[in-house]
Design a protein around this ligand. Structure first.
Ligand code: SF4
Length: 318
């Protein structure tokens, strides 16, 4: 309902930040403001330009999605029409993958029945909660009357994270690739997420991960405890180290610079190789669970440093 009833002039830009003006019909709170991204703004502007070419009945003049026929009882299209259009679009997508893989290692298909207009609102809220958006900010974004309603998304988020920690704490390794499982509590303590894995060095843990005594030379450090959730970060770091080595060679840098970079690349490759081999040896279902848990923890870690949308929520637009 909120989408189909959007006003035609639903965008307002102030100091470079665009907000969407929408009506919360359910709570009878009109002209709410929602900060939106540039991509969303652009998509709406494209439709506004297309909308300007349409000549619907006059009563839909102020609507972004006007009814195209006078036979309709409303000024704007029905939410059923939106659902049907979304269903047709989703059904037309050739492939839609879920997280995880089947026994043959192929991506599992996403259940398309889970895609319907209201699901986007839930996903939006859950993604914010997973990313660590403060509850009062999310309450404003969702225009919830009670904070208890918003809080439900954080309960789900916390539960998911705890399950993921329990799963991955059993799959941590040390810098030589040997298994180094730990309790979920210990995992939480050491997940002072240094860039490429957990750190167990006491002074660095105490400092929240920002006080490594040896400048984050994790691959050669006895306190390093990576787990599969760090695999993409480690593999990206290996690529960066390789690029640095090429640059160093092109600059005719001293041999010890090349040697040091090579040693780091080899050590990190050893870690990823051992991790991949351990994962490959697991049954597909177990591997899928680990990959899902790893995704949850990566999102949670990304949220710890994420930039919030500039929120200038106010009860009413002028
Ligand atoms: S080098 Fe060692 S002490 Fe430093 S952050 Fe990495 S694991 Fe921790």
């Amino acid at each position: 309902m909120e989408v189909v009833s959007l006003p035609r002039d639903c965008l307002q830009t102030h100091h470079g930040q665009t907000t969407l003006i929408w009506n919360n019909h359910k709570r009878k709170r009109l002209r709410r403001r929602l900060p939106i991204t540039q991509a969303t703004t652009q998509a709406i502007r494209v439709w506004q330009a297309r909308r300007d070419q349409l000549h619907p009945p006059a009563r839909g003049d102020a609507c972004l999605f006007p009814s195209l026929t006078a036979l309709s009882g409303a000024a704007y299209i029905s939410s059923g029409y939106l659902s049907e259009a979304l269903r047709q679009w989703v059904d037309s997508l050739p492939r839609l993958n879920a997280e995880g893989v089947d026994a043959q290692g192929n991506p599992l298909p996403f259940d398309r029945t889970l895609i319907y207009p209201y699901a986007f609102r839930h996903s939006y809220a859950q993604r914010h909660a997973d990313a660590g958006t403060p509850v009062d900010v999310l309450r404003e974004l969702m225009d919830h009357k009670s904070i208890a309603m918003t809080q439900r998304y954080y309960t789900i988020s916390l539960k998911r994270k705890q399950q993921a920690v329990t799963k991955l704490s059993a799959h941590a390794i040390d810098q030589t690739g040997q298994p180094a499982p730990c309790t979920p509590t210990a995992y939480e303590m050491r997940s002072v997420a240094v860039p490429y894995g957990g750190c167990t060095e006491p002074s660095n843990v105490k400092a929240g991960g920002g006080a490594c005594p040896i400048r984050f030379q994790c691959a050669g450090c006895g306190f390093y405890r990576p787990d599969p959730s760090y695999l993409p970060a480690i593999e990206q770091h290996i690529n960066e180290l390789r690029a640095d080595r090429e640059t160093a060679r092109a600059m005719d840098a001293a041999e010890f610079v090349i040697t040091s970079l090579t040693a780091q690349i080899t050590a990190f490759e050893h870690v990823t190789d051992r991790m991949h081999r351990r994962l490959d040896a697991l049954p597909a279902a177990e591997r899928a669970q680990i990959e899902e848990a790893a995704t949850v923890l990566r999102k949670a870690r990304a949220g710890e440093n994420h930039t919030l949308l500039p929120l200038t929520a106010s009860p009413k637009a002028p």
